[in-house]
Design a binder for this molecule. Sequence first.
Ligand SMILES: *[C@@H]1O[C@H](CO)[C@@H](O)[C@H](O)[C@H]1NC(C)=O
Ligand SMILES: *[C@@H]1O[C@H](CO)[C@@H](O)[C@H](O)[C@H]1NC(C)=O
Ligand SMILES: *[C@@H]1O[C@H](CO)[C@@H](O)[C@H](O)[C@H]1NC(C)=O
Ligand SMILES: *[C@@H]1O[C@H](CO)[C@@H](O)[C@H](O)[C@H]1NC(C)=O
Length: 521
Amino acid sequence: MKGHEEKLMRKLFWLRPAFQRHSQWWDWRSCKKRAPLTSTLLLLFFVLLFISLLSFIGWIDLGKYGGYSSQKAIQNFSKKPRNTLEFPLDCTSWNHTNTCPKNYQLSYNRCESFAGINCPEYFRWIHEDLKHWKQTGITKEMVEKARRTAHFRLTILDGKVYVEKFRQSIQTRALFTMWGIVQLMRSYPGKLPDLELMFDCDDRPVVQAKDFRQPGSEPPPLFRYCSDWRSLDIVFPDWSFWGWAETNIRPWRSVLNDIKEGNKRVKWEDRVPYAYWKGNPHVCPWRADLMKCNVTDQNDWNTRLYVQDWVAESQKGYKQSNLGDQCTHRYKIYIEGWAWSVSEKYILACNSPTLLMTLRWYDFFIRGMIPQHHYWPVRENNKCRSLKFAVEWGNNRTEKAKAIGEAGSRFIHEDLKIEYVYDYIFHLLNEYAKLLKYKPAVPPNAVELCSESLACPVDGNWRKFMEESLEKSPSESTPCTMPPPYQPQELKAFIDGKVRATKEVEAWENEYWDKQNKKHQ
Ligand SMILES: *[C@@H]1O[C@H](CO)[C@@H](O)[C@H](O)[C@H]1NC(C)=O
Ligand SMILES: *[C@@H]1O[C@H](CO)[C@@H](O)[C@H](O)[C@H]1NC(C)=O
Ligand SMILES: *[C@@H]1O[C@H](CO)[C@@H](O)[C@H](O)[C@H]1NC(C)=O
Ligand SMILES: *[C@@H]1O[C@H](CO)[C@@H](O)[C@H](O)[C@H]1NC(C)=O
């Protein structure tokens, strides 16, 4: 009996390494290859059943073998998660060969059985951004026309990414944008369609709608970080989601965690009951104008405004600019810079209502946010009075103010988490590729992109942020399900609703200031 017992135990423990072998990422890629895992489990189940039977009839004393080790093995078995699957950064081999690893771009057949969840509403704007090409499709000529201002051309072919660089972008915007795209490929290997696109990393949109009203003059499809109501540029998440090395702003996943922790430290009621802003006022006239609203001995507009001095900050090691420590005031002001500002998502994430100065530009997510629900609209042309009113309104109605802060913050922490940023790019690229009327080829001057080609040659913050935002394994779920385009009347109702909510605040504000003026007459 003893020999039999031993054989059983050996079998049991032999199974565990076998299982671990199967947990390598390449075995997870296809449904078929998961079969050995299932049969291993089944086998284990029967072996255990047999052991318990033996134990039950008294043939084996299980306690002798460390109590419930077999049970624990099962726990580990089912718990051993996919997040141990990895494709690490391999700079040794990159340094030797200067070629991208072959394996991870391979397409894989995921089990598509589990239905994806619906994408957030703001994904519907993807259809709006691409609708100018709905009738005509996108031809090679149109893409070439977009080259005029582009920093790089991105080509995806058979699951590999290539880039042709035209000119240097501001700081490392282009580098981190490419990094983001490569991480998307790691999240959804083999899932992206063949395509070719032009990317402009500068601030302001350049494809003016008015230049393309005539039939036959089609706008060039050009990707960039923001656009406005007069332009046709296609918006794409900005580089800072993977970190902004020059200003020491870490990748989005880490920053979101920092802010979440920061939000726990000071309850909203206990925060300084004023409107806070910190930034560089010298980039545009409206920011300089905002500075006039700072508190002085004569006037208190309920604001506390500070200048961010990046040079001094960098010398002090950015100790003052930790984004997790900036949720200390009950209200936070968002004002655009030279164009949209990267600071927007950090400000909105604070659990304090954002006082949002009238927008000139939009990025990919702000169009989904609703005034009075996610943020409080503040006038561009009468900033100080508008801000003073907003803060007083909120301090008089703390429950309502708190709810706005929480709704805005929830939008950022949930609908804008990095997984959805990837899904947004995924769907944007898919919808764009559907419009292409030609099969792209790899341009002669293009180089293949992979995590190694981007990360191995850099160091400092650049390298640190890349390692931090490296997607180590394919996403555990399929991309969310893309919502349908807005019907014209649906879109009109949505925009009308936003206008109405803004006008309502302006009316309250007028009423308040009329009363104040009467009092002082
Ligand atoms: C289960 O896994 C943990 C850590 O992953 C390990 O420390 C523990 O020894 C494992 N237990 C068994 C019974 O294998
Ligand atoms: C690869 O080369 C870079 C310099 O080009 C060097 O800094 C880095 O340490 C090397 N990495 C490895 C793993 O050899
Ligand atoms: C605004 O006022 C506060 C409080 O007096 C002060 O600390 C701060 O430096 C001022 N900001 C600017 C930009 O002048
Ligand atoms: C806030 O409450 C005070 C006192 O009741 C009132 O005088 C003031 O007008 C209120 N302000 C706003 C904006 O609601």
